[in-house]
Design a protein around this ligand. Structure first.
Ligand code: AMP
Length: 315
């Protein structure tokens, strides 16, 4: 049984801005040097199983042109993905035995340092906006170029909380749903208890908050209460890079597919299903380095894992 039919209806389309990157990664399972990654890449590839996307970002002259075709083949519009003089964003990260925590060794912003996004006209009417992890000033700039999107979701990380907190707080004022790692929720809120942290963050703007807890799953906080989703226990976890963005792609992709608005009180059941789809999509990414596994997903595999979640949590 197919659970999800991808929609090509422009009323369900997502505009995503974020990093398009080269990643160099070391995990206990091995290493990968300068493979394709970035928050917007993982997000869009994951969400592309649910709806169509418009991508905003910048790459350098060293970026392989063939990847534009990979994105286009998945229904991702790359008109807003600029090719600039210079080098592509490069993130160097490492994981120890605790795969839930990435240690950033180096962040080379390169072409992102002077990126000044100019949205193509046809992008401005996108109903769903995802501000993937990137400089919060860029996130807000893209938001302001849009013509009143119906639903705004965002992600961020410790680097931006540490160096651009006032700018991030400005961005959060326009965000309806935020996804963030547990440790980053503590850092952003200054609290050391997750319920207190969620209360504090929800007062900053986002009425819905999803706290990502790596192999322990995710927590959804709304006015309706708390929903807790586990992660799928997997035999093989090689590289958690991109799990958070892939999760967000499943979550926001599903919400866009269903066409929900930001009146969360009306959509609690859909939000909970969306969190599970986020966990389903993330489970594919972590099984291998990069997003090669994510490209092999299909609706049958998604359905199979979704049903595993149902049987795993029923009692
Ligand atoms: P995650 O889904 O949280 O594992 O995010 C992984 C992706 O985030 C990697 O592919 C990196 O290229 C990207 N990334 C790492 N640091 C940053 C940053 N400071 N800004 C934007 N993207 C980043």
């Amino acid at each position: 049984m197919t659970l999800i039919n991808k929609t090509k209806n422009p009323d369900h389309s997502i505009l995503a801005v974020g990093s398009v990157a080269f990643d160099s990664i070391k995990t206990p399972s091995g290493t990968a040097d300068k493979i394709l990654g970035g928050s917007a890449n993982y997000f869009s590839l994951s969400a592309s199983y649910f709806t169509t996307l418009k991508l905003v970002g910048v790459v350098g002259e060293d970026f392989p042109s063939s990847h534009f075709k990979v994105l286009a083949d998945r229904g991702i519009d790359t008109t807003g993905l600029e090719k600039a003089k210079g080098k592509t964003f490069h993130w160097v990260g490492e994981y120890g035995q605790d795969l839930n925590e990435a240690k950033t060794i180096d962040t080379q912003l390169n072409v992102f340092e002077h990126f000044n996004p100019k949205l193509p006209e046809e992008y401005k009417k996108a109903p769903y906006l995802f501000l993937a992890n990137i400089n919060p000033e860029l996130q807000l700039d893209v938001y302001h170029q849009c013509e009143r999107p119906k639903f705004v979701a965002a992600d961020s990380m410790n680097l931006w909380i540490n160096i651009k907190k006032p700018q991030l707080l400005e961005t959060l004022k326009v965000v309806n749903l935020l996804t963030i790692n547990e440790g980053e929720a503590f850092l952003l809120s200054g609290k050391d208890n997750i319920v207190d942290a969620a209360d504090a963050i929800r007062k900053m703007g986002p009425k819905a908050l999803v706290v990502k807890r790596g192999e322990y799953g995710a927590l959804l906080f709304t006015d309706n209460g708390i929903f807790s989703a586990p992660a799928l226990p997997l035999k093989t976890v090689k590289d958690p890079t991109g799990a958070g963005d892939t999760f967000a792609g499943g979550l926001i992709g599903y919400l866009a597919n269903k066409g929900i608005d930001k009146d969360f009180a009306k959509h609690e059941a859909t939000l909970r299903e969306a969190v599970i789809f986020g966990c389903v999509m993330a489970s594919f990414t972590v099984e291998d380095f990069g997003f090669s596994n994510l490209l092999e997903v299909n609706s049958e595999l998604m359905g199979e894992r979704y049903r595993q979640f149902i049987s795993m949590t029923r009692f």
